[in-house]
Design a protein around this ligand. Structure first.
Ligand code: UDP
Length: 329
């Protein structure tokens, strides 16, 4: 039986496909390639198409015996979601509704879901626990939370078992640099810093240095993409063994400020990486740090890349080998 990975040509999806293949899973990838890259799909059977297209989904479910779905396909930019909320409701919630309907009709009752720390909104306490209040501050987090709830109600009504994985800041690349992070336009901190080191940008703009943190810049919990990928496989195994719905945070449990990330990247790249302070970005909480104790104790998850320098070094290897991202391939 196969695992269907939606959005498997995207950043976290493509690394998860590698992890699944390493564990001997049969993999089917669907991706509309609006933001994903065909070259990022390193194995399995690939179909280009949209999960909101019911005929397309039906044909995939008819061709393969699907045991479970790992669902990444979504729009995932906080700022864009504030500008275009209806796109986010359509691409995230309505498209997932189509996917879940097809799953139920085809008797597929297991889903691992790519959720986000943005479901919490401004945290009341640090580190953030799964039992904390969820109060998103943007449509991205709001639609992901609505999807989590849709899955839970679908468990109640149809027996759909879901594991929602709330990621903190995904970073790094496959250690062999065969796949990595490539967004167009890029908006994430570490790839932008590395573009400065590659000479593609003049400086890194720090979005605000007047936050209530030690150096005034935002603190985030950076987690390696291969550790995230491994958590998806563990979640799948957990569903196979226990068949119960649940939600888990995925982070390293350690926070780094924007300035600390820049300084670490200077050490990794041996480049001065000039910085300048820019205005705050709307909707950025000062500090986001996960408690991932639940994932560690229940799923047996142990992040392997818990050192920021190593995380950035894997990203640097990818960016050096592919300065234009997948356009180099
Ligand atoms: N950030 C920054 N300059 C940039 C991009 C990001 O200062 O050019 C900051 C951002 O405000 C946040 C942190 O870096 O505090 C991580 O941002 P990113 O967009 O990578 O991830 P997010 O936290 O939004 O998921």
């Amino acid at each position: 039986m196969a695992i269907l990975v939606t959005g498997g040509a995207g950043y976290i999806g493509s690394h998860t496909v590698v992890e699944l293949l390493n564990h001997g899973e049969e993999v089917v990838v669907v991706d509309n390639l609006r933001t994903g890259h065909k070259q990022a799909v390193t194995g399995g059977t690939f179909y280009q198409g949209d999960i909101s297209d019911r005929k397309f989904l039906d044909s995939v479910f008819a061709k393969h015996e699907i045991e479970a779905v790992i669902h990444f396909a979504a729009s995932s930019l906080v700022g864009e979601s504030v500008q275009k909320p209806l796109d986010y409701y359509e691409n995230n919630l309505i498209a997932s509704h189509a996917l879940v309907s097809a799953m139920i009709d085809h008797g597929v009752k297991k889903i691992v879901f790519s959720s986000t720390a943005a479901t919490y909104g401004e945290p009341k306490s640090i580190p953030i626990l799964e039992s904390d209040v969820t109060s998103p501050t943007n449509p991205y987090g709001e639609t992901k939370l609505a999807m989590e709830k849709m899955f839970r109600w679908s468990d109640n009504a149809y027996g759909l078992k879901s594991i929602s994985l709330r990621y903190f800041n995904a970073a790094g690349a496959h250690p062999d640099a065969m796949i990595g992070e490539d967004h167009n336009p890029e908006s994430h901190l570490i790839p932008i810093i590395l573009q400065v080191a590659l000479g593609q940008r003049e400086a890194i703009g720090i979005f605000g240095d007047d936050y209530p943190t030690e150096d005034g810049t935002c603190i985030r919990d950076y987690i390696h993409v291969m550790d995230l990928a491994n958590a998806h496989w563990l979640a799948l195994e957990h569903l196979r063994k226990n068949n119960t719905s649940d939600v888990f945070n995925l982070g390293n449990g350690t926070g780094f400020s924007v300035k600390q990330v820049i300084e670490t990247a200077r050490q990794v790249t041996d480049h001065p990486i000039p910085e300048k302070v820019s205005p705050r970005r709307a909707g950025d909480p000062a500090v986001l740090i996960a408690s991932s104790e639940k994932a560690q104790s229940v799923l047996g998850w142990k992040p392997q890349y818990n050192d920021l320098k190593t995380i950035i070094a894997t990203a640097w290897k990818w960016h050096q080998a592919n300065p234009k991202g997948y356009n180099d391939k």
